[in-house]
Design a protein around this ligand. Structure first.
Ligand SMILES: NC(=O)c1ccc[n+]([C@@H]2O[C@H](COP(=O)([O-])OP(=O)(O)OC[C@H]3O[C@@H](n4cnc5c(N)ncnc54)[C@H](OP(=O)(O)O)[C@@H]3O)[C@@H](O)[C@H]2O)c1
Length: 283
C-alpha cells in the first residue's frame, strides 16, 4: 500500500496533507488509542475541535508519539459560544493550552451562526486574522459557511479563508459551495466524507467497489480525493483506520467518478444541520 499522502498548497502558501483523521464523536478516553493507531498507520493530519472535547488527548498523543510537532498538521475550531472577539481570543488560548502547543496549523470558525450575535461573524473572522498575523495560527479558515457568508467575508474582511470545511459525500455534493470555493481559491474540506457510513451500502458504491477490487469506504474516499477535496474520515476501529488510509494506490475512471457524483440527492441528502439555521450553543 502506498503511504504517500499528497500535500495541497493553501492560498496562504502553507501545505496540508490531503488525507487526515477526524476525531468527532471519539470519547476522550478512546482518543489516545485511536489517534495513536492513526499516527502509527501514517496519518499526519488530525481534525479536532473544542466542541469534540478531546483536544487535550489529541495533543497528548502527538507528544507521546515521538514525532516532531511540525510533522503533524493539527486543525481545531472555535466553539459556538465564543464568537465575540474577546471570547474568541480566550477560547483560542484554551485550545492552544489544551493541545499544549504554541501554534496550531489551522484554526476554523466551526459554524457561521447567522441567526446569533446579530448576524456578525465578520468580527469573529477578523479575530482569527489576528491569530494568523501573530503566528499562533499558521492558517485560518471557516467551516459550514454558505456562499452568502463567504461573499460577506470577501466584502468586509482582509483575508480569504484558506479552507471551508463543509458536509460533502456522494448523497450531498454541496456543489454550489464547492464551486464558490474553487472560484475563489478556498479549499474544500469534506466532512462526514462517508456520510457516517450511510453511503457504504449504496448499490452503486458496492458495485464500483467490486469492479475495482476495493472496499466501499476506499472507493468513496478516493472519489473525494480525485475531486481535489481534503478528507479526514473518523474511525475507532483499527482495521478501518488502516483501510481508510489506502486510497492513493488506485484510480477511478471518469465513468465511475460520474456514477458516484450522480448519487447526489441535493438538500435531501444532507445529514447534518443546515448552516443557515443551525444555532446550537453548548451549555
Ligand atoms: N466542521 C463540522 O461541522 C464537522 C461536522 C462533522 C464532522 N466533522 C469532521 O469530519 C470528520 C469525519 O466525519 P464524521 O466523523 O462525521 O463521519 P465519517 O468519517 O463520514 O464516518 C464515520 C463513521 O463511519 C464508520 N466508518 C469509518 N470508516 C469505515 C469503514 N472503512 N467501513 C465502514 N464504516 C466505517 C465509523 O465507525 P467506527 O468508528 O465504529 O469504525 C463511524 O461510525 C469528523 O471526525 C470531524 O473531524 C466536522
Amino acid at each position: 500500500m502506498s503511504h504517500t499522502i499528497p500535500d495541497i498548497t493553501l492560498n496562504d502558501g502553507n501545505t496540508i496533507p490531503q488525507l487526515g483523521f477526524g476525531v468527532y464523536q471519539i470519547e476522550p478516553r478512546d482518543t489516545v488509542e485511536a489517534v495513536s493507531k492513526a499516527l502509527e498507520v501514517g496519518y499526519r493530519h488530525i481534525d479536532t475541535a473544542e466542541m469534540y472535547g478531546n483536544e487535550a488527548e489529541v495533543g497528548q498523543t502527538i507528544r507521546a508519539s515521538g514525532l516532531d510537532r511540525g510533522a503533524v498538521f493539527v486543525t481545531s475550531k472555535l466553539n459556538n459560544g465564543f464568537h465575540r472577539p474577546d471570547d474568541a481570543r480566550r477560547a483560542f488560548e484554551s485550545t492552544l493550552a489544551a493541545l499544549k502547543t504554541d501554534y496550531i496549523d489551522l484554526f476554523l470558525i466551526h459554524w457561521p451562526l447567522p441567526t446569533r450575535y446579530d448576524g456578525d461573524f465578520v468580527s469573529t473572522w477578523r479575530t482569527l486574522e489576528e491569530f494568523q498575523r501573530d503566528g499562533r495560527a499558521r492558517s485560518i479558515g471557516v467551516s459550514n459557511f454558505q456562499v452568502a457568508h463567504l461573499e460577506r467575508l470577501a466584502a468586509e474582511a482582509d483575508m480569504v479563508p484558506a479552507v471551508n470545511q463543509i458536509e460533502v459525500h456522494p448523497y450531498f455534493g454541496n456543489q454550489e459551495v464547492r464551486a464558490y470555493g474553487r472560484a475563489h481559491n478556498i479549499l474544500t474540506e469534506a466532512w462526514s466524507p462517508i456520510a457516517q457510513g450511510k453511503v457504504l451500502r449504496d448499490p452503486t458504491v458496492v458495485d464500483v467497489a467490486e469492479q475495482v477490487g476495493r472496499t466501499p469506504a476506499q472507493v468513496v474516499l478516493r472519489w473525494h480525493v480525485q475531486r481535489g477535496d481534503i478528507v479526514f474520515p473518523k474511525s475507532t476501529t483499527p482495521e478501518r483506520i488502516e483501510e481508510n488510509f489506502g486510497v492513493f494506490d488506485f484510480e477511478l475512471d471518469d465513468v465511475v467518478m460520474e456514477r458516484i457524483t450522480e448519487l447526489d440527492r441535493g438538500e435531501a441528502g444532507r445529514q447534518g444541520p443546515n448552516p443557515d439555521t443551525f444555532d446550537y450553543i453548548p451549555a
